[in-house]
Design a protein around this ligand. Structure first.
Ligand code: CUA
Length: 335
């Protein structure tokens, strides 16, 4: 009795803690495969439910047979004989070979069907994606638009994401739009996605790629065709209006310290190492989704990039507060 009470006192809080930890993963957050927003994600969710149903069925049958066996055939007092030996029962062997084969066929048919159905057709709109430690480059071939950590696409349109990497293996994943595909250096992979409603969907690198891996996020902005065209047009014709002396000082400093790595549309800065900053102020976040895009956060980032995002390849430039303020003033003109 004593032990039972103590055991209870220890076990109950442990169970409650485990349940809390497990259940905190439930709920439909920003990145849930359970709330599909397009045909690819819906089909994949359907396959998930199908395999879950099959596995639940197997679990129930096996658990029932197991429970029945340990109760019905348990050793009883005075029962010293060996139970009946059924090793090598041909009927049983055939049954438990054929049933799994049938179940696997039921899983294989939709898997193979969708593997072919979701190959990107030649007519699909292409977006080139390059994974970098630790940010995303998006290029729109043919329209001379390049952006970073945010990708705009039109609704109800098949998009062929053409994936490669500049350094190590990353993985492109937008849970609400469809399953993930790796970005591999020296190789090109394709991922077909389509969004059936407008809104913002959240993507994430899903392959451990270094200390900044967890900070390698991006946003997919799904727009009506008209809004999407307006965005493309704005990106193609950026205007940078630098008027105040602080903005001018910031632009001069940018030219000296930042332009070898960053491109800014509407200026002569065309570095290719870091993220393209054209129309930067139209993006809701900076540093691959790490910080919301506010002047205070831009200053925080410029003060010490690796301090904000571990492993960030942009070094701490040891800028003074005045330099940071003028750089922020310049960056704020990029809209
Ligand atoms: Cu890139 Cu993880």
């Amino acid at each position: 009795m004593r032990w039972t009470q103590r055991g209870f006192r220890v076990t109950l809080p442990l169970l409650a803690l485990s349940a809390a930890a497990l259940l905190s993963g439930c709920g439909l957050g920003k990145q849930s495969t359970l709330s599909p927003a397009g045909p690819v994600a819906s089909a994949q969710l359907g396959m998930f439910w199908e395999s879950l149903a099959i596995m639940t069925g197997i679990f129930i049958v096996v658990a029932a047979v197991f429970l029945y066996s340990i109760i019905r055939f348990r050793a009883r007092p005075g029962d010293n004989e060996l139970p009946k030996q059924v090793h090598g029962n041909t009927t049983l062997e055939i049954v438990w070979t054929i049933i799994p084969i049938i179940l696997l066929v039921f899983l294989a048919i939709p898997t193979v069907h969708y593997s072919f159905a979701f190959q990107a057709p030649a007519t699909a709109m292409k977006v080139d994606v390059v994974g970098h430690q630790y940010w995303w480059e998006f290029d729109y071939p043919g329209s001379k638009v390049t952006t970073a950590n945010i990708v705009h696409i039109p609704v109800n349109t098949k998009i062929n994401f053409v994936l490669t990497s500049a350094d190590v293996i990353h993985s492109f994943w937008v849970p609400e739009l469809g399953g993930k595909t790796d970005l591999i250096p020296g190789r090109v992979n394709h991922l077909l996605l389509e969004a059936s409603k407008t809104g913002t969907f959240y993507g994430q690198c899903a392959q451990l790629c270094g200390p900044g891996h967890a900070y390698m996020k991006f946003e997919v902005v799904v727009q009506t065709p008209a809004a999407y065209q307006a965005w493309v047009s704005a990106m193609q014709h950026p205007t940078v209006s630098v008027t105040t002396s602080e903005q001018k000082a910031g632009m001069a400093l940018f030219k000296q310290d930042c332009s070898t790595c960053h491109t800014v549309g509407g200026t002569s800065f065309n570095g290719k190492v870091g993220p393209n900053l054209t129309e930067l102020m139209t993006r809701p976040t900076i540093a691959a989704g790490t910080l919301t895009n506010t002047p205070a956060n831009l200053a925080k980032w410029l003060h010490n990039p690796p301090g904000v995002k571990p492993g960030a390849l942009m070094p701490n430039l040891n800028l003074s507060q005045t330099q940071i303020q003028s750089l922020v003033a310049f960056l704020e003109t990029l809209k």
